[in-house]
Design a protein around this ligand. Structure first.
Ligand SMILES: [Zn+2]
Length: 173
């Protein structure tokens, strides 16, 4: 699903490739023939970002304040399988990603051609075609790297978030 008017690409993301007018996040998985799979994640970059405190969108070191984007159903677990983001990169993601920005009613029904180096997207088998969930921005000063279901994750159990806000995207066109 694409928005009729892609979000403007900010200067601090100008070093990243684009596809369909959207910035391709640094952790986005890529097929052997060079196509980007929005929503699916390159496992190696994901782990490098989580361990190295890098932003999942721009790949640069995080600042003092960072944001984890979590679905409603993931909030009680206080951890995210996806890397934290700069606040400015969070704002771009909310503007550009139909799922995070609340402009998609349902998860995709298409199946992405994933391989072993890729981490499945939020609309993996358990969510395919299901109603979309609201997303929340959890503002933090840091996180701990834990192992969750056999993979690394960013946890903030034991930390008090600076704030937790529902993600308010652009209204549907
Ligand atoms: Zn960033």
């Amino acid at each position: 699903m694409t928005d009729p008017t892609p979000a403007t690409i900010p200067l601090f993301l100008a070093h990243l490739p684009t596809a369909g007018g959207l910035v391709v996040p640094w952790i986005t998985a890529r097929t052997g023939d060079g196509r980007y799979l929005f929503g699916a994640v390159d496992s190696d970059r994901r782990d490098r970002a989580l361990r190295g405190r890098l932003c999942g969108v721009c790949g640069q070191p995080l600042d003092e304040r960072l944001v984890l984007l979590l679905r409603l159903s993931d909030l009680p677990r206080r951890c995210s399988a996806e890397p934290a983001l700069h606040p400015v990169c969070t704002a771009y993601t909310v503007a550009a990603c139909p799922m995070v920005g609340g402009r998609a009613d349902h998860y995709r029904t298409t199946v992405l051609p994933l391989d072993a180096t890729m981490f499945p997207p939020a609309d993996g088998p358990g969510r395919r075609g299901a109603p979309a969930e609201p997303w929340f921005a959890v503002w933090l000063r840091g996180y701990e790297v834990i192992t969750d279901h056999g993979a690394l994750a960013a946890s903030y159990s034991g930390r008090t978030p600076l704030r937790i806000r529902p993600v308010a995207g652009r209204p549907p066109a």
